[in-house]
Design a protein around this ligand. Sequence first.
Ligand SMILES: Cc1cc2nc3c(=O)[nH]c(=O)nc-3n(C[C@H](O)[C@H](O)[C@H](O)COP(=O)(O)OP(=O)(O)OC[C@H]3O[C@@H](n4cnc5c(N)ncnc54)[C@H](O)[C@@H]3O)c2cc1C
Length: 382
Amino acid sequence: MKNGDAVHDVVVLGAGPAGLSAAAEIAKKGLGVVVLEEHQEIGQPEKCTGIVSRDGLKRVFPEAIEETVIREVDFGRLFIEDLAWDYQFDRGKVTVLDRARLDRKLAALAVDAGAELMLSTRANWIEKDNGVWRVYTRAGVIGAKMMIDARGIGAYRGRKLSAMQLIVRVRGDFYEGFVVYVNKKVSSSGFAWYAPLDDGIAKVGAIGMAGELEQLLQGAIKASGLTVAPLGVSSSAVAIGGPVYSDDDDLILAGDAGGQVKPLTAGGIITGALGGIMAAEAVNKGAGFYRSLYDKEIGGELEAQVRLRELFESINNGALVKLVKALPSDQPLFMGDEFDSHTKILARALRSPSFYFALLEVAPRYIFDRLKRSVANAGQGS
Ligand SMILES: Cc1cc2nc3c(=O)[nH]c(=O)nc-3n(C[C@H](O)[C@H](O)[C@H](O)COP(=O)(O)OP(=O)(O)OC[C@H]3O[C@@H](n4cnc5c(N)ncnc54)[C@H](O)[C@@H]3O)c2cc1C
């Protein structure tokens, strides 16, 4: 950047769902916004299963639903070591989307709205000088009055777990539901999953400590009785520590970079895109304003979900089985918007005396108390 070079209103680092949602909304306001993406191609490499709620999709990417959703999934099976427990969702509430296609669609929407997109442009170094952000890239220095950091998990300063995912071809019977596999003897913090795509192709993934992932993946495949042939593998990390915010009024952390991820399951497409959309609302209003906006919308809920993760990590297989069996059996596992608002499931379950007493019995007392407080604070208590 030389004297006299243009200073953009906003520079966005990272072209994932969070950065692209922010850029589209900022451009719609008529502000100058440039997005820097280190990869040559949007959506690649893909490291995501693409499971999202339809309510969430309608909220954040209404224009992308038709082109990106692969299928709906209304049922699944939870394995806790040897226990197999079948569950259902409210019909049509949970979908699997093509994540790479979603990112491409969001990039097109952002560019159509007027955002500038620079591919193969890595932010190598960042500094702030006289109130202007200077982002150093191989293509030169980009200047902007405000910066949105949406660089994903590598930029997150909170608690993370490792993740691994296989794209597989299923030989024989293709299971059309989700599988979730938990075995506390293998991993106290992690779990594995299976999600059907189409035409015999599925994704099998796991989060946990690095050394536990393969065993979790194998556990999920074996428990579900599937025969699979891997077609591709990816590894990454996921954010599970809840939202973090910047102290600098001209810097907003959005998406994984800001821990805008559901801490129990590590799903972050919808919550990160919400962060991007709100970042656009907060341009020129500051990071403090952004925090209050995000907290009100979903951040408070994510904080409460950190308590759910604490519960999950504190109990063994037997205790988890007890809790699952005590869930109200006449209702779907997720109803309404509960796929993204997990504390609502807990609030609903706590209304059942058998679940209440099972939780009281298995959870360490301090976690039980914090959970109840969190549910109430999230504004969803009965
Ligand atoms: C195995 C796995 C499965 C998952 N499954 C699901 C799921 O089913 N549902 C769900 O909701 N979530 C899922 N997630 C989480 C989800 O993928 C993330 O929460 C989501 O991608 C976050 O979006 P983002 O825009 O914040 O970051 P990202 O999508 O990671 O985008 C960040 C972008 O920034 C770019 N970048 C990084 N550094 C720089 C730099 N220095 N300069 C320029 N560009 C840079 C990257 O190349 C990338 O394109 C999964 C995660 C993993 C690892």
